[in-house]
Write a protein that binds this ligand. Structure first.
Ligand code: GRF
Length: 200
């Protein structure tokens, strides 16, 4: 059984999708052992409590980047974490960190990478850019995390139609419902199964 940590910075709807998938038995090769938030007030920690999952606030603003990462690594090692899932996680992780956990970190990005990805593209900004460009199709991507923002190997993608009159909020909601919440749990099971098999 692969030990999973989910890192969050916000509402935690992607975390909710993962925990529901685990409870349904769609994620069977791994188990979420801890949920970590990098800022105060994340509803993701309430969701973790509701699912009786260990959870921790590591306040990056108060700790500073170095101390934040030090405590993050200590926690991940203590929990014997094999797979790290960035689910609406907004902090930039150092190259040392991504190298230490090479091929063990996945991220959900709310567009079809390489479109609308990289430095400065996160949350609503992604959907604002897609609407501004006038694309007819967008979607979500799950990718491995390396030192390049949104630059790691693409694992899963799912397309979503852009509708006339879409606001950024309406488009974000559709991309979450029709793409993110579907491919992230799939990617978690895929990676957990892969790690599990590599260990035998
Ligand atoms: C969403 O825009 C999602 O696409 C991105 O982070 C935002 C919040 O996600 N990955 P969540 O509700 O905190 O999972």
């Amino acid at each position: 059984m692969v030990n999973i940590a989910v890192l969050t910075s916000g509402g935690g709807t992607n975390l909710e999708a993962i925990l529901n998938a685990e409870e349904r038995g769609d994620i069977k090769s791994g188990k979420v052992q801890i949920v970590i938030a990098d800022r105060a007030g994340c509803y993701s920690l309430v969701r973790a409590e509701n699912h009786k999952k260990k959870n921790l606030l590591l306040n990056r603003k108060e700790l500073g980047r170095k101390e934040f990462e030090k405590r993050l690594v200590e926690t991940l090692i203590c929990e014997k974490i094999d797979l790290i899932v960035l689910a609406g996680f907004l902090s930039i992780l150092s190259e040392d960190f991504t190298e230490f956990y090479r091929d063990r970190i996945i991220n959900i990005h709310p567009s079809l990478i390489p479109s609308f990805s990289g430095e400065g593209y996160y949350g609503l900004k992604v959907h604002e850019a897609a609407l501004k460009r006038g694309v007819k199709v967008t979607g979500a991507t799950v990718h491995l995390v390396n030192e390049i923002p949104d630059g790691g190997k693409i694992l899963f993608q799912k397309a979503v139609e852009v509708k006339d009159g879409d606001t950024p909020e309406a488009l974000q909601k559709r991309v979450m419902e029709e793409a993110e919440w579907i491919i992230l749990p799939m990617a978690v099971e895929y990676m957990a199964d892969k790690i599990d098999k590599e260990r035998v």
